[in-house]
Ligand binder design. Structure first.
Ligand code: URA
Length: 238
């Protein structure tokens, strides 16, 4: 059971003080009864709560897909930089969500944001083999020997041997290459460091898939939206 004002304020209906006023004025109903006391205890999973005649859509967890822009950090708080959470609508921020894993400040693309700690844990554990697909631009040509090296598992600068990764060349010339890279781990700067280990540099990095989810091409950089039920089911089926 939770206090009615807490439930409503978490859903973005105002501060507790504002909700007190709202309830006093008879605008709040629980299971068909007007509740004037905003400290009233409710089970938000079961009760039908209405505010000004409209039933509220209660949910404990939110699941968002963001098209992360360049220049913001994948954290909930940062002293210097804007965070991905700063970019969310206040109605989502009230859920106190956090990013699932991290993308570098200069990496763009698909970032999941949720307040579901269990799902987060599962998705970031390499044990579950969640494929993450990146589109990358490389400063030098990429060839078959790189594909083989990635397949075998490259060794990073700190001696860590990566799990096998899939490298697909979209095009390659003496000016550089465009590739897709699929990895299941999420070590710090992993894709960049994998290319460094074959003496190349990533100049642009965008995540386009996370597990069964693809980045919604309608999302502009910096925008996010809630996952559909189908997407959530796909994500949880790992
Ligand atoms: N690999 C990187 O190097 N950076 C990212 O942001 C994600 C994967």
């Amino acid at each position: 059971m939770e206090r009615l004002d807490k439930v409503l304020s978490n859903l973005g209906y105002g501060t507790r003080k504002e909700i007190k006023v709202l309830a006093r004025s008879g605008e709040v109903e629980v299971d068909g009864k007007v509740i004037k006391d905003s400290s009233f205890q409710v089970d938000p999973e079961k009760a039908v709560i209405k505010v000004s005649g409209e039933t509220i859509a209660y949910r404990k967890y939110i699941y968002l897909m963001m098209n992360k822009p360049d220049g913001v950090v994948s954290a909930t708080f940062d002293n210097r930089d804007e965070t991905v959470i700063d970019l969310l609508e206040p109605e989502y921020q009230t859920f106190e969500p956090f990013p699932v894993g991290r993308l570098d400040k200069d990496t763009v693309g698909l970032l999941l944001i949720t307040n579901d700690g269990d799902l987060n844990h599962k998705l970031i554990s390499p044990k579950w083999h969640v494929d993450k697909v990146y589109y990358a631009e490389i400063d030098k040509p990429v060839d078959e020997s790189d594909i083989k090296a990635f397949e075998a598992g490259v060794e990073l600068d700190d001696g860590y041997k990566c799990m096998p990764a899939r490298l697909e060349i979209i095009n390659s010339s003496e000016h550089g290459a465009e590739v897709y890279v699929t990895i299941q781990e999420g070590k710090f700067h992993q894709v960049k460091r994998m290319f460094n280990s074959v003496n190349k540099n990533v100049v642009y990095l965008k995540r386009i898939k996370f597990g069964a989810l693809s980045l919604d091409s309608n999302l502009q950089e910096g925008e996010s939206r809630e996952l559909s039920n189908e997407e959530l089911i796909l994500l949880k089926q790992i």
